[in-house]
Design a protein around this ligand. Structure first.
Ligand code: NAI
Ligand code: MG
Length: 351
């Protein structure tokens, strides 16, 4: 099969990791009879500086005809953080109905967790994060700027459609995995949206009698991601809570540079988008040492979504193989001193 993939490398380490990962994806595709055509769009903060917009006005229309999107990261030290997000990534997730954000957090063999008790294979969590609404809905306002009575309102939005979609995706995954699902909310303090969310979980759970549902409040869940990460399997959470928990999941499994993610339109009406969990990493940008593995693993999730299982496993397995090899190059986040390029070149050799 042949696929048209849009590349949006973005800012900071985004282009570093995307440019390193794409040849690895190409090699895995070629070895498995998959044909990939990429089109690169340099949309991001540089474009914002030049034109006042992160992407062209018809940017979303241009992306609509692709089979999938591979995204790097956005964010620039001289621009308030909400501008790149609101100008590029959030509109893509929302307009393309990418309700289901799927984020694995796996402790690979050969990777050291900052938690003493765990070694490769011990942690394997799959977080489902609602990705188009919740706390990240663009609903609110500010009044009386600069005055003593200044007020800001930021509302969270939970629709039955999207909540059912994310919850159902999590139950489906739990059915295929261990049958254990953790529902993370804050229903004690947010009695409207989060209790509605719990009601949807209870409704959908009737369709999945074999899945056992554990309930956790997000503060306790954050603690337990550190205290007992090995006991989690599938986790479902709102947009904000899923965002926070997946950074915790990334670091307890070794590095932000290893955490992939899939933003999926469950209706398949629009392209889905695949991206590392991390951002543009101001502290290491321009140094050529960003870990490209999160992006390569995101490529694996992309091929899996496209139905190209052989290419998907090839990518996942080659990353696992490299991490398990103590003589393989590693970027500094994993304790090594290799460059992004050296890691990617080694992966291509292994493929
Ligand atoms: P970040 O994820 O960029 O960095 C957090 C820490 O993880 C830093 O110490 C960084 O060096 C490290 N790190 C991240 N990716 C790495 C990689 N591939 N290899 C090695 N180390 C890596 O989060 P931060 O610092 O909060 O945000 C920086 C900018 O990125 C901000 O403008 C933020 O808004 C934006 N951001 C964008 C996202 C996106 O485009 N999807 C997601 C998260 C943040
Ligand atoms: Mg995040």
């Amino acid at each position: 099969m042949s696929y048209d993939i849009a590349l949006l490398p973005g800012d900071g380490i985004g282009p570093t990791v995307v440019d390193a990962a794409v040849p690895v994806l190409d090699a895995a595709a070629a070895a498995n009879d998959v044909d990939v055509e990429t089109t690169r769009y340099d949309w991001g903060t540089q474009r914002y500086f030049d034109t006042g917009a992160m992407m062209p006005e018809d940017g979303l229309d241009r992306l609509a005809s692709f089979d999938a999107i591979l995204f790097g990261a956005v964010g620039h030290p001289d621009v308030p953080d909400h501008i790149p997000l609101d100008g590029l990534i959030l509109p893509i997730r929302k307009r393309f109905d990418q309700t289901v954000c799927r984020r694995p957090a796996v402790l690979f063999d050969g990777v050291r967790s900052p938690l003493r008790a765990y070694e490769g294979g011990d942690i394997d969590i799959l977080v489902f994060r609602e990705n188009t609404e919740g706390e990240y809905a663009d609903v609110g306002g500010r009044e009386h700027r600069g005055f003593a009575n200044e007020v800001a309102v930021q509302s969270a939005v939970y629709t039955r459609r999207s909540t059912e979609r994310i919850v159902r995706a999590a139950f489906e995954a739990a059915t295929e995995r261990s049958g254990h699902l953790t529902n993370v909310t804050k229903s004690n303090a947010q009695a409207h949206g989060m209790v509605f969310w719990d009601d949807i979980v209870a409704e959908v759970s009737e369709e999945y009698p074999d899945v056992d549902v554990e309930r956790l409040l997000v503060d306790a869940a954050s603690m337990d991601f550190v205290r007992r990460p090995d006991e989690f399997d599938v986790v479902v959470a709102s947009n904000l809570f899923g965002d926070i928990l997946t950074d915790v999941g990334a670091i307890v499994t070794g590095s932000m540079g290893l955490a992939p993610s899939a933003n999926i339109d469950p209706g398949n009406d629009h392209p889905s988008m695949f991206e590392p969990v991390h951002g543009s990493a101001f502290d290491i940008m321009g140094e050529g040492v960003a870990n490209p593995l999160a992006t390569v693993l995101s490529g694996s999730l992309m091929f899996d979504h496209l139905g190209e299982e052989a290419a998907a496993s090839a990518l996942w397995d080659v990353v696992a193989d490299q991490l398990a090899d103590e003589n393989a190059p590693r970027t500094p986040d994993l304790g090594g001193d290799s460059t992004t390029e050296a890691v990617a070149t080694d992966l291509r050799g292994r493929l």
